[in-house]
Design a protein around this ligand. Sequence first.
Ligand SMILES: [Zn+2]
Ligand SMILES: [Zn+2]
Length: 414
Amino acid sequence: MVATARRAEYDASDSSTRTEVVTETISDSSARRISPSRVNWVTTTFLLLTPLVGLVWGIVHIHAAGVHPVEIAAFAFYVCATGFSITTGYHRLFAHRSYECSRGVKIVYLLFGAAAFQHSVLSWCSDHRRHHKHIDHDEDPYNIQRGFLWAHIGWLLVMEHKDRADFSNVHDLSADPWIRFQDRFYVPIAVLMGFAVPFAIGWAAGHPWGCVLWAGVFRVVLVHHSTFLVNSLAHTLGRRPYTLAVSARDSVLTALLTFGEGYHNFHHRFAADYRNGVARRSWDPGKWLIGGLESLGLAWDLRRIPRERIVAAQLACDEERLLAPVPGRSEQARACLRERFTEMSACVERAASRLGSVEREFAAAREQWGLRRRAQVKHLRAELRSARIEMRAARLRWRTVLAGLASGSAALST
Ligand SMILES: [Zn+2]
Ligand SMILES: [Zn+2]
């Protein structure tokens, strides 16, 4: 079974907006026959029933009783609580250890993460670590090479992975008694937090079943598919600015649909970073929440990849695209392109190095106490502003030169 999709060629003149759509050749493995004994009936029933029940019950309930503000408030609260428990909790804290946090925050993640009905931390993180390790290969549980639908939901419906219960890649997590407790009592915690608590909130407000419908059923379906899009859409739609070696892509649209997890190319290249959207204005509510917890003293040791390494990855990616073998291009033309690219990248690397060191000094100064702190922070803030302007100018020149080189290289090849 072969599915094809178009692949847009890299065009440096429009590299900021260009969307690449992955070409997939779905391997024969996707066509494997699925016998009923391999279907994961519990998960399949839950994943199919929740949207169906939501649709039928939703129509009947809204027609009969309308929509009450308390139902919307409970829904909004539960979407945020369970959504962030998956993205900033299950994903960035537990799976990647990209920061540390207080016990209270961890318990909130464990409770509301269970309410998201995406299995326990141990199971979720084991699958996710395998995904990072074997991305785009057979051992990747949600391998996008097997098709969009497989990566989105299919992998959950079939019991295929022999080592599904093998938690050998999450030893660090299973050493934690709170995480072991959540794994052991996952189902009762999930039902209690996911449906019983919304019922209790609604009962106190006089709308018990409306709250179960909105904060329970509707919310479960929404957060499920938001998470699933990270496995499907974030490996299909968008650009690859940091690495061409994997299918993961950066897309603002995916970020908007997934609580900021759409900068997936950056994430697969620098999984240890607590941010997904590394640019200051990137839509990444998860990084803002973690930053907020840090300023309240509830999170610490936030891991940030140095700016120099991030810029070096972007340059390497651009160079790889620019110097990719093109029929008809001579060795001499390639050497000429390489030389001009190296000249331009030296200037970008200088600006990144200055900005990186000022950012680190600024972060260190903010952590100090005493009279000198204020003066130092003020001085470094000005320095930071100037280094950012220099980086912005270098980046602009980078894009312009790259566009020129790309069109020049096309001419050289003809
Ligand atoms: Zn991924
Ligand atoms: Zn990850």
